[in-house]
Design a binder for this molecule. Structure first.
Ligand code: URA
Length: 209
């Protein structure tokens, strides 16, 4: 079963509370989403592999830790996932970025795939699939299906807010994928919005309606 990690760091919680407020406008929303994404990137990279390397300081030769250089890629689910990319790149500037386009059909609430562009070697990379809202789980499940179909083996899902329904669906569909979110909310309403949530993340990030 994919583990659920709710990042309860005070800075993350504080910033999540800021963007839940409906009075917060596009510019601040975007800025704070980026900040949360950076903090979450710090948490989700906690287990990155390191190796011993020798470094010569001005004082002495010493053996210290360095990343093994295992390749990673950030995979935003379009469009709202884009809001988390720059925050991740702050900490992992060399990461490749794959894009996966899914939209939610407003009638059926089901995700539809319309665009997939990945680095060629996703089978050798650790992939961070980012999407602010894990609602029904449909988009995340389909995005991860699409990545696995192309050879991906190591995937983590990173979001801001999840509904219990989405967590359960994702864990059942992809038990090998760990889930990282800043908040686990109460439920999904009949319109497919997370309650209390923060509204439509894509619209709030991009100033659309
Ligand atoms: N997508 C959003 O942007 N918000 C929700 O509450 C649910 C899905």
């Amino acid at each position: 079963m994919g583990e659920l990690h709710v990042i309860d760091h005070p800075l993350v919680q504080h910033k999540l509370t800021i963007i839940r407020d409906k009075k917060v406008g596009t510019q601040q929303f975007r800025q704070v989403v980026n900040e949360i994404a950076t903090l979450m990137a710090y948490e989700v990279t906690r287990n990155m592999a390191t190796e011993d390397v020798v470094v010569e300081t001005p004082i002495a030769k010493t053996t210290q830790k360095s990343l093994t250089g295992k390749k990673v890629a950030i995979v935003p689910i379009l469009r709202a996932g884009l809001g988390m990319v720059d925050g991740f790149l702050e900490l992992i500037p060399a990461a490749k970025v794959g894009h996966i386009g899914m939209y939610r059909d407003h009638e059926t609430l089901k995700p539809v795939e319309y665009f997939v562009k990945m680095p060629t070697d996703i089978d050798q990379r650790e992939l961070f699939v980012v999407d602010p809202m894990l609602a029904t789980g449909g988009s995340a499940i389909m995005a991860i299906d699409a990545l696995k179909k192309r050879g991906a083996k190591q995937i983590k899902f990173v979001g801001l807010v999840a509904a219990p329904e989405g967590v359960k669906a994702l864990q059942e569909a992809h038990p090998d994928v760990d889930i990282y979110v800043a908040g686990l909310d109460d439920y999904l309403n009949e319109d497919g919005y997370i309650v209390p949530g923060l509204g439509d993340a894509g619209d709030r990030l991009f100033g659309t309606k």
